[in-house]
Design a protein around this ligand. Structure first.
Ligand code: SF4
Length: 595
């Protein structure tokens, strides 16, 4: 059993003034900062750049008067490599005066030999470093202990996911949870609940407003089976890598689970890629059948389709204020009467391939937020109502959701269950944009994220990179800087963003549209800015590259290619097209090679 001093805390009244003071007087620099969702506190860790000890400054919004020499708001935090032994040791000494289990880690306050009562500022905290940090304030709660620690008696929204809970902007459930927290809702996450018991699903109680259900970052059938329909043994989003916690058709399974054990239940809202891609009646490869909209099969109340961060905020506010939900863009629901442009019914498309194609064509023609009409599709005597998609995100929208505080780690509750392989790829990767206009026929991105590329600002991306440099295990390598197609960052067709995407032609197929003017200058600038940051050694681009865009960009294309190949390839360059079969490429709406 060993103890090391981790940090010393002092409370401050004017954070900016204190930061300036410690920098000027002692050369201490900000290493990391944590903010409360409700703005009630900010914690900043300062480092001297040499030792591992930190000075923690805590700012409390409620404090309005100056502290008198700290006003007993000091603590010293120690880390130990064996919490249980340390705990027993202190217990035997009789010096533990307060214990808490917070955010799935354990801390104890021990008094020093000067005595707890008379010298309360002598308190020491020590934490179990094997199960998490002392105060992991940025995770969304997944246990009642965390909910209670936040002073909440009940949650407004519980999100249920087929992945483990990784707190990262790459994980939709985490991003949606964070944006709802920012809006003032009390949110919790239940990841990969067991299906045969109420224990997991009701761990956080019944939410006051709604359940949000997602199959995870990948459709559960794709996660569970190979294209040859063999069961996959491993799962990158499950602790321990073993594929044993994600049910088939997870959205339906979790909605059933909620209804079975939670009676009465608040509304069940479906979301994520599994629900989004199955929002209308659709062909299901796994059963080789046409299936109904997942909203009917899961008996959900609402379905949020697309990236979801805009409609879910409106939906949550509407439910809270008991306002109309039926007009929110980007949601679907079931009604007794039709509304909007009618697609051929579920029953019709099960009998006629022609009707199926017509239904999909009309659906696809109505996926651009600027031009789409609302749709409906009869399922027996009821109707699926599909509102037009939510508007494309602006750059401030994108910055807002990515600038939220993320841990870029697995929640300690789930981390204790084993390593999560997906973290290797996403922990130190940076998403730059959503959307893709490649429209490859095998790909789901256009239907889910949209055909309009929606970018973060360079400043927001640089902020995230700088944050990585404060993590002790960051080795200086950003593992990816990209989006669905990496080199779509930073430019779009002006016609598309003002009037909507063309319905009679593709942006890149059969040939790149003359109105599209690829321009790699912003991506190049971004790479240069990141490469110049202290603490960044390498920025890899592991998202796919479209080389037809490079060829079309006469001003910057070759400069980008040269920089990409020289500085940003890790192992293998991921080209968008990795086969040369003319037949396959044209069937997939990709141009043949060398054209
Ligand atoms: S004008 Fe060309 S690039 Fe723009 S949306 Fe239409 S097809 Fe795409």
């Amino acid at each position: 059993m060993k103890f090391t001093i981790d940090h010393f805390n002092i409370n401050v009244l004017d954070l900016d003034k204190s930061l300036a003071f410690y920098d000027k007087a002692l050369g201490l620099k900000e290493a990391r900062r944590k903010k409360a969702y409700d703005g009630s506190f900010i914690i900043v860790y300062l480092e001297d750049g040499i030792s591992t000890n930190k000075l923690e400054l805590t700012w409390l919004k409620s404090r309005t008067t100056p502290y008198d020499l700290g006003d007993e708001e000091f603590h010293i935090a120690f880390k130990t490599n064996d919490f249980d032994v340390a705990h027993a040791h202190h217990k035997q000494m009789g010096c533990i005066c307060y214990e808490t289990r917070r955010w799935a880690s354990i801390s104890s306050v021990i008094r020093t030999d000067t005595g707890w009562k008379s010298y309360p500022t002598d308190e020491c905290l020590f934490s179990d470093t094997s199960s998490g940090t002392l105060t992991s304030l940025m995770f969304i709660p997944t246990t009642m202990a965390e909910v209670t620690a936040l002073g909440w008696d009940r949650l407004d929204i519980v999100l249920v996911t087929g992945d483990t809970y990784i707190d990262s902007p790459f994980m939709g459930v985490s991003l949606i949870g964070k944006i709802l927290l920012k809006d003032g809702f009390r949110v919790g996450i239940i990841a990969q609940p067991a299906l045969d018991t109420p224990e997991d699903i009701l761990r956080l109680g019944t939410p006051a407003l709604f359940w949000g259900v997602t199959g995870g970052a990948v459709d559960s059938m794709v996660a569970n089976y190979t294209p040859l329909k063999k069961r996959r043994k491993t799962d990158d989003y499950t602790p321990g890598y073993v594929n044993n916690r994600r049910p088939d058709r997870a959205v339906i399974a979790y909605a059933n689970l909620i209804r079975r054990f939670c009676k009465p239940t608040p509304p069940i809202v479906l979301g994520g890629i599994e629900a989004s891609l199955r929002r209308t009646a659709h062909y299901d490869f796994w059963s080789n059948k046409i299936r109904r909209s997942i909203l009917f099969d899961a008996k959900g109340d609402f379905l949020v389709f697309g990236m979801g961060h805009i409609p879910i905020r409106l939906l949550a506010k509407a439910l809270k204020n008991k306002k109309t939900i039926e007009d929110i863009a980007g949601i679907a629901y079931i009604a007794q009467t039709k509304k909007g442009l009618a697609l051929p019914s579920f029953e019709t498309i099960t009998k006629s391939q022609k009707a199926y194609v017509q239904a999909f064509h009309t659906f696809y023609q109505n996926t651009d937020p600027l031009t789409a009409q609302g749709l409906c599709q009869a399922h027996n005597d009821r109707y699926l109502i599909l509102n037009p998609p939510a508007p494309a995100s602006t750059t401030p929208d994108m910055d807002e959701i990515h600038d939220l505080a993320y841990e870029h780690d697995v929640h300690p509750f789930y981390k204790a269950m084993g390593p999560v392989r997906a973290l290797d790829t996403i922990r130190f990767a940076i998403p730059t944009h959503y959307g893709c206009y490649g429209e490859c026929r095998f790909c789901a991105i256009t239907i889910h994220q949209g055909r309009t590329v929606q970018c973060r600002s360079m400043d927001s991306i640089v902020r995230q990179a700088k944050q990585f440099t404060t993590y002790p295990d960051f080795k200086g390598n950003i593992m990816d800087l990209g989006g669905p197609t990496a080199n779509m960052y930073g430019f779009e067709c002006q016609k598309k963003i003002t009037k909507g995407a063309c319905q009679d032609k593709g942006c890149l197929f059969p040939v790149p549209c003359s109105a599209l003017r690829p321009n790699h200058s912003q991506y190049l600038d971004l790479l240069k800015r990141l490469g110049g940051l202290a603490g960044i050694k390498k920025v890899f681009i592991t998202s796919g590259i479209r080389y037809d865009l490079i060829l079309k960009d006469k001003r910057h294309g070759m400069a980008f290619l040269e920089k990409l190949v020289k500085d940003h390839v890790s192992g293998q360059l991921k080209s968008h097209r990795n086969i040369v079969s003319h037949m396959f490429l044209t069937t997939w709406a990709n141009r043949p090679w060398m054209t």
